[in-house]
Design a protein around this ligand. Structure first.
Ligand code: FRU
Length: 479
């Protein structure tokens, strides 16, 4: 256990910021001719965005920090970007929050979370360090944001625990009664993924209270080799654990990494550090959903943001790279539990974007607009097809819902988002993204669509055809 140490970072941080400014000035992210940039989702001004971090409602505003490589549209030594919002829709970019300038974070200020304690926003993140001779280590670190001030690094609060590889990261911290708790994603020395739990009385000294999830915990068996971005939180009278389990699958004879997100519903005992839970369920089967994080707002809602992206093999072919940026966040989603199932629905604030309502009943319709919402009802027995862009479709029939896209290096992709009856669909489109909420949010399919990368003229809004008369409502969305 270590105590946090304050460090002088001003000059290294200033050098980092100067580098970023010089690079940003050469990027064309401000291009007016950018058909892919979202109108009301959060996206980086330039560079690569990945996981949402440090989510909190603090000092009258929502805070969204995020994994950011402001120096390139590739992964690398990540910084934390920062934005604030009053309504979860309109975001103001804030100064860079954390730059990887200290010896304990040479290869990135990796993901972590935020917690408001005594009128300050306490941030926990992973200092990622790779050794020249190979191998890596990870430090869990603390930083503090006081109202109206810059984020101040407090240093290391936890070094690598024994029995695990250098992959121990992504602290999610919360308070329960008089103590603070943290979960970490980890890989053990037998290459098995684990979720570790810690307790602290002062945010600086952390004591491991157990492995709460993963192969060999209780009667669990799993060959996932790492669990990234764990998030454990109370919801209704249960606890939910979200993790990103890492594994390998065979894709046409090629071994590729998975980037799935699963949730487990159960009961967490803070005393014994045990989590009794039901089987895991995939949270989203679209092409672009990873590393989500939740927080509780002041009214008690559990709100989730996810990274609308994945570091898969097609990532380098995303057409926004030429425009100087890559990836965006999902919309803010409220989580609830119904019949032991996690339900995701867009937060109610998003309804304020609705304009120009168009009601429709029939078989075929071209709904125009690239920032729009479409709600389809009474879909039982209907086979529907929604064209989103050239060669990009969502199709639903009685066996389920499938998302197809043909783009990004001409790969034809098909993803089965839901198996079973589809009775309703709520689709949110924002230029190059569509989030499809199936049957009231029981399942979600989150994907980017680039229309062969040729630009706006290839996008078609929502072109609907149905085999049975259905009813639909369409709105233009304007922030
Ligand atoms: C998930 C992840 C985290 C890590 C971060 C680095 O996307 O790999 O485990 O902290 O991204 O950017």
């Amino acid at each position: 256990m270590k105590t946090a140490t304050a460090t002088a970072t001003a000059t290294a941080d200033q050098r980092y910021i100067n580098d970023v400014l010089a690079i940003a000035m050469n990027m064309s992210s401000q291009s007016n001719n950018d058909p892919f940039r979202p109108a009301w989702h959060f996206a980086p001004q330039f560079g690569l965005l990945n996981d949402p971090n440090g989510l909190a409602h603090f000092n009258g505003e929502f805070h969204l920090f995020y994994q950011w490589n402001p120096k390139a549209c590739q992964h690398g030594a990540k910084a934390w970007g920062h934005a604030t919002s009053k309504d979860l829709i309109n975001w103001s970019h804030q100064p860079l929050a954390l730059a990887p300038t200290e010896h304990y974070e040479t290869h990135g200020c990796y993901s972590g979370s935020g917690l408001v304690v005594d009128g300050k926003l306490e941030l926990f993140y992973t200092g990622n360090v790779k050794f020249e001779q190979g191998g890596r280590t990870a430090y869990q670190c603390r930083a503090t944001l006081e109202a109206g001030k810059q984020v101040k690094k407090q240093g290391i609060v936890l070094s690598l625990p024994e029995g695990y590889s250098g992959h121990v990261r992504d602290p999610k911290v919360w308070q329960y009664q008089d103590a603070f708790y943290m979960v970490l994603g980890a890989e053990d020395l037998n290459y098995r993924g684990k979720v570790l739990a810690y307790r602290s009385n002062d945010l600086n000294n952390w004591e491991m209270i157990g492995e709460i999830f993963g192969d060999g915990v209780g009667n669990q068996q799993s060959d996932d080799f790492m669990l990234e971005c764990p998030d454990l939180f109370p919801l209704a009278d249960k606890h939910v654990l979200i993790t990103c389990p890492k594994n390998w699958i065979d894709m046409g004879g090629k071994k590729v990494e998975t980037f799935d997100v699963t949730y487990h519903i159960g009961d967490f005992d803070h005393q014994t550090a045990t989590f009794e839970h039901s089987n895991g369920v995939l949270m989203d089967n679209g092409f672009d959903f990873y590393a989500p994080q939740t927080f509780e707002d002041e009214s008690g809602r559990r709100i989730l943001f996810g990274w609308m992206g994945k570091p898969d093999e097609f990532e380098p072919y995303q057409p926004t790279i030429e425009l100087g940026w890559i990836h965006q966040m999902t919309c803010a989603r409220e989580l609830t539990i119904r019949n032991n199932t996690l339900i995701q629905t867009p937060v109610k604030e998003l309804e304020s974007l609705r304009q120009d309502q168009q009601d429709f009943t029939g078989l075929k319709q071209q709904f125009t607009g690239l920032s729009a919402e479409l709600v389809l009802e009474n879909l039982e027995g209907a086979d529907i097809k929604l064209e989103i862009a050239n060669d990009c479709y969502i199709e639903s029939n009685q066996t389920g819902l499938v998302t197809r896209r043909k783009n990004l290096k001409t790969a034809e992709w098909e993803s089965i988002a839901w198996q079973g009856t589809v009775s309703s669909l709520r689709l949110l489109r924002d230029h190059s993204s569509v989030e499809a909420f199936i049957n009231g949010g029981i399942a979600v399919s989150t994907s980017r669509f680039f229309g062969l990368g040729q630009g706006e003229e290839k996008n078609v809004g929502f072109a609907l055809t149905s085999q049975k008369e259905i009813t639909a409502t369409h709105w233009q969305l304007s922030a």
